[in-house]
Design a protein. Structure first.
Lengths: 281, 326
């Protein structure tokens, strides 16, 4: 499958001595631990970013756009002033943006897994979920980057979290943990669906209702009863409340626990479906 | 322990209503090259993927050094390496990064992984290209990197799925040389190919696969003697002389001579040893000249996969492709 080439004519001649030497030197080390294999796969994702740095646009430019757009669009109408609204909106926008960019995980898995190199990974004696866990670990760094960007923009625009540095850090930590768990939905779809386009389509179908039908943009008490019922069980609502509480210096234990339990359930359900698919692929 | 590296019996894989692999038996002796020969869609890749633990068989069993490919998949994985049909290297990384990554996954610490990568790049003539992205590599370089990756830990069994398909003759020869060296070091190689020549040059035994079944098995010599050791192709200048030419050739070669669709072409399969075949072909050419028949082109070559299939199955190897085209 030769496609491109920019090389001079191959002048290589295999030499028995040097090949024989590398073969003889191939002693077998101990197989790596699950964690070390996962970290190695995370390193692979980092290398890809190093070679194509443009791919972090989605975690920098997109969240900035979201924050600016929604603050100035809804601020005056909903809270009377954009600075007022920002205190309410920013934690929610942070949650929405980071949860939205989790969908790139699905796209990545879908395009990556179709390549021949995954055949090699899967024929190696390593902890099976390592390839996927590694990809998600690298994505965690992307989530941190996105969160940092949004917080910086927010602070410039006038967001003043009462919870201080610790509150903000814990809030971001909780968000990142939840997003890691949430990503397993996309690894599942990435393996289940046949094209990048369909992964994109399904991502939108899931993400739009989840993020908009929540308490991110407006107070749910203004919504009709049936919608409030949905908003109440939407994990994004609980995550947003938890993040808001932490940033405002009034942490709500119940919301934090709710979020962590939701994260555990997401990993248990979608993580195991993903692995079953991955093994059969 | 038996002296078989790979043993498969009644292996079956079904995709929908397509029985891609339909009861394959294989016995691959340790330390040899075993060729699996067949056209596109014959089930070669599917069979290899099952043996390399990538696909779960729907029926039958297979073992690699006595380890079941389903129940003891991890034990199998620690002894085999796979070079897939589409280069199993990461195009978005450099050659060096690919090898370091895989060495790390095999458990080498970072300095050892780097050292190993450098050694392999050197042995495979890729040191200069080591810092370039694999997407910029030529087909031959990619294949070499791929094989280098497969021997990071010297495997006991190396699966190679069509290692030379799409390569130019020079790169193909390099791959062949590399494989001979690897086998000489004791690794068992299972190789799939569409080319009889490749199987003949490398393999000590060959299984011919068609529609998911083994239709012939044996040493290249046995296989060729059942098919004919050589095939003579003749093109005449004048189509009107073809029947005369057919008669002369049939006598000289002592075999049946077929008329091809091309009105000036004839072919014949001849059996016997290679030197014997060459002698008879030379005699036949002389007799054509003696009979006043002008020849444009005369060649003696190994039977093509198509001819092997014609002989074994009475249908051409490319049949499935034609069906697709129609």
């Amino acid at each position: 499958m030769s496609t491109t080439t920019d090389t001079k004519p191959a002048s290589y001649t295999p030499v028995a001595e040097s090949l024989g030497a590398v073969l003889a030197a191939g002693e077998k080390p101990k197989r790596p631990s699950a964690l070390s294999a996962s970290i190695t796969f995370g390193w692979r994702a980092m290398l890809k970013i190093k070679h194509v740095p443009e791919q972090i646009f989605d975690v920098t430019a997109f969240p900035v756009m979201m924050t600016l757009m929604f603050t100035y669009l809804f601020g005056g109408a909903i809270a009377g002033s954009t600075t007022e609204y920002l205190q309410f909106l920013l934690p929610g926008i942070l949650v929405t943006s980071v949860v939205m960019i989790t969908m790139y995980t699905g796209l990545g898995v879908n395009t990556d897994i179709a390549k021949g190199v995954f055949d090699r990974f899967r024929s190696m004696p390593i902890w099976r979920p390592a390839a996927l866990v590694g990809m998600l670990l690298a994505d965690v760094l992307r989530y941190v980057l996105a969160s940092t960007t949004i917080m910086a923009v927010g602070l410039i625009m006038g967001f003043r979290p009462e919870g201080g540095v610790v509150g903000v850090l814990v809030a971001v930590g909780l968000l990142v943990v939840f997003s890691f768990a949430f990503s397993w939905i996309w690894t599942m779809f990435g393996l289940l669906l046949r094209s990048e386009k369909s992964v994109m389509g399904v991502s939108m179908m899931v993400l739009f209702p989840l993020t908009f039908l929540s308490n991110v943009y407006v107070d749910p008490s203004t919504m009709p009863g049936w919608l409030q019922a949905f908003v109440e069980v939407n994990p994004i609502t609980h995550l947003t409340s938890a993040v808001r509480g932490l940033m405002a210096g009034t942490p709500q234990a119940s919301e934090i626990i709710w979020t962590l339990v939701a994260a555990a359930v997401l990993v248990a359900v979608f993580g195991s479906i993903t692995m079953r698919r991955y093994n059969r692929h | 322990m038996s002296d078989l590296a790979i043993e498969a019996s009644g292996l079956v894989k079904v995709f929908g209503d397509n029985r891609a692999v339909d009861g394959i038996d294989l016995a691959v002796p340790t330390g040899t090259v075993y060729g699996v020969l067949g056209p596109n869609g014959a089930g070669k890749t599917t069979a290899v993927r099952m043996l390399a633990t990538l696909l779960r068989p729907d029926g039958g069993t297979a073992t690699v050094f006595g380890h079941d490919v389903v129940r003891e998949a991890d034990a199998v994985r620690s002894r085999v390496s796979l070079t897939g049909q589409f280069a199993s290297v990461d195009e978005e990384l450099t050659g060096q990064e690919n090898l370091v990554l895989l060495a790390r996954l095999l458990g080498h610490r970072k300095p050892a992984a780097r050292g190993r990568a450098a050694e392999l790049l050197d042995a495979f003539g890729l040191t200069d290209a080591g810092d370039r992205l694999v997407s910029k590599y030529s087909g031959g370089m990619r294949r070499r990197l791929d094989i280098a990756a497969s021997i990071l830990n010297t495997p006991d069994v190396l699966f190679l799925d069509e290692p030379t398909t799409g390569l130019d003759p020079r790169s193909r020869n390099q791959v062949w040389d590399i494989l001979r060296i690897i086998v000489a070091q004791g690794t068992t190689v299972l190789l799939t190919t569409q080319y009889l020549e490749e199987a003949d040059r490398l393999a000590s035994r060959i299984a011919v696969i068609d529609h998911g079944k083994v239709i012939a098995e044996g040493t290249p010599g046995e296989l060729k003697s059942s098919v004919g050791s050589g095939s003579v192709h003749v093109r005449l200048r004048d189509a009107a002389q073809r029947l005369d030419a057919q008669r002369i050739l049939a006598t000289a070669l002592n075999t049946e001579v077929a008329l091809e669709a091309d009105p000036v072409a004839l072919t014949a399969c001849i059996s016997g040893s290679d030197t014997d075949a060459a002698e008879r072909a030379a005699r036949a050419l002389a007799e054509l000249a003696g009979g006043g028949i002008a020849v444009d082109d005369f060649s003696l070559g190994q039977p093509s996969l198509d001819e092997v299939f014609m002989a074994l199955t009475d249908h051409p190897a490319t049949q499935s492709d034609e069906e697709v085209a129609a």
